[in-house]
Design a protein around this ligand. Structure first.
Ligand code: AMP
Ligand code: ZN
Length: 112
């Protein structure tokens, strides 16, 4: 989608602070980090929300990528949080599916 911010990142029309990339996913640092480690993992294909994710293989790959990046960032053992905000009440602001990887500090619960 040409008017999607994260598609523009995939297409290199907007620069990103890239952490990881393969043929299906891209991971980059959040521009407004909410934790010492705050990385977004996105599918390269446009998927608007979690409700639109129909490929179980892609879903699994996104989760495995989060865990691999947590390990490479050194927060796998201490712990981290993965968040998917879905639609307005879920707090979604960018309508291209993304998994937040947050770590490097103690998380509170319940999430706000
Ligand atoms: P969400 O509220 O789940 O849709 O989260 C969208 C996230 O995208 C927020 O954490 C933003 O800080 C982040 N974000 C927005 N624009 C950019 C950008 N240009 N580069 C990196 N992260 C961004
Ligand atoms: Zn998109």
């Amino acid at each position: 989608m040409t008017d999607c911010l994260f598609c523009k990142m995939v297409n290199q029309a907007i620069p990103v602070d890239k952490v990881f990339e393969d043929e299906r996913v891209l991971a980059f640092r959040d521009i407004n980090p909410k934790a010492p480690t705050h990385i977004l993992v996105i599918p390269k294909q446009h998927v608007a929300t979690l409700n639109d994710l129909q490929d179980p293989s892609l879903a699994g790959h996104l989760l495995q990528t989060v865990a691999q990046i947590a390990a490479s960032e050194g927060i796998a053992d201490t712990g981290y949080r993965t968040v998917i905000n879905c639609n307005a009440a879920g707090g979604q602001e960018v309508y291209h599916l993304h998994l937040h990887l947050l770590g490097g500090r103690q998380m509170s619960w319940p999430a706000g």
